[in-house]
Design a protein around this ligand. Structure first.
Ligand SMILES: C[S@@+](CC[C@H](N)C(=O)[O-])C[C@H]1O[C@@H](n2cnc3c(N)ncnc32)[C@H](O)[C@@H]1O
Length: 295
């Protein structure tokens, strides 16, 4: 990138330019994102960006700043640009191979801990682990449990394993590449699992075009898109989990806005579950479905 006479010459001018550039594309929190991107490009702390406004920027700093800001202006999520996202207080590496963990998914972790009745040796399976945010968080909290994490994406599993090592639980999780719960069959795990937790893809095909460009153009389609109804993965999980859960075992799934009736119907159609419960997210949307394998 070549420099031009009108290019910002000081830290203060660069911050103002970055904010304005991000504002024009409607970035949700332009001032905050500008500071994150510039802190990385200039290798400065946030507080220095706002206190050392008269400091000159070097040509190399300007080039890095322009590169990062132009990626965000092209609607790439800030988390992919920075390479991390916080989840349950832990920092997770994210690449375009994995969904960026969302705050509402933390509700799944809370539900497993609250409702799972987990004893030493309990078996937990995280289906569609992505960045590993659920499995890794649980592994950092639980002492004696056995955690398996499944994903059909080999690239996602590489990221998830890296996150487990980053948080010191690399040895506590078994990573499995495969389709939903099918790999458990070969492992002779029928009727042995205490908790199945999943944030499955749940975007209906018809909703795809309305997704924000950050999601539609950058996050993995495989992580998002279900089928015509959006609840196809929930339906499969209800059907398949019955085979693997112990009696009273817990199934915890994230659901999309407006999907409660369809997901509840799927549970009733499948049969074999009791204690259906839902948990709302901060926006008041039914976000988590909990069911127990009938005895
Ligand atoms: C919505 S993302 C959830 C990722 C992560 N658990 C989270 O909450 O951020 C769904 C994940 O399911 C995986 N997936 C999609 N279809 C699958 C299948 N048939 N079997 C296993 N995993 C699947 C995707 O690769 C993706 O990582």
């Amino acid at each position: 990138m070549t420099s031009r006479p009108e290019d910002p010459k000081t830290v203060g001018a660069l911050v103002a330019w970055a904010r304005q550039s991000l504002d024009t594309v409607g970035a949700a929190s332009a001032p905050q994102e500008a500071l994150w991107l510039l802190a990385s490009a200039l290798e400065m702390e946030h507080h220095a960006l706002v206190s050392r406004t008269e400091q000159s920027v070097t040509a190399a700093q300007l080039t890095r700043a322009k590169t990062l800001v132009s990626r965000r202006v092209a609607r790439e999520p800030v988390q992919y640009i920075m390479g991390t996202q916080e989840f349950c207080g832990l920092d997770f590496v994210v690449t375009p191979a994995v969904l960026i963990p969302r705050p509402e998914t933390e509700l799944l972790v809370h539900a497993v801990l609250k409702e799972g009745g987990l004893t030493d040796g309990a078996i937990i399976v995280d289906v569609g682990t992505g960045s590993g945010c659920i499995a890794v968080t649980l592994a950092t909290i639980l002492e004696g449990g056995r955690i398996l994490a499944v994903d059909c994406s080999a690239e996602a599993l590489v990221v998830a394993k890296g996150n487990a090592v980053r948080h010191g639980v690399g040895e506590k999780i078994v990573w499995i590449e495969g389709d939903l719960l099918s790999p458990l069959r070969d492992r002779h795990m029928v009727g042995t699992v205490d908790v199945i937790v999943s944030n499955p893809p749940y975007i209906a095909e018809g909703e795809w075009a309305q997704l924000q460009p950050e999601v539609r153009n950058f996050e993995p389609r495989l992580a998002l898109l279900a089928g015509q109804r959006g609840t196809e993965f929930h339906e499969r999980l209800f059907r398949d989990s019955k085979e693997f859960l112990v009696p009273d075992g817990l199934l915890v799934m994230e659901i999309g806005q407006g999907q409660l009736a369809l997901v509840r119907h799927a549970a009733e159609q499948t049969g074999g579950y009791t204690g259906l419960q839902t948990i709302k997210d901060e926006a008041g949307i039914d976000r988590v479905m909990i069911a127990r394998r009938a005895r």
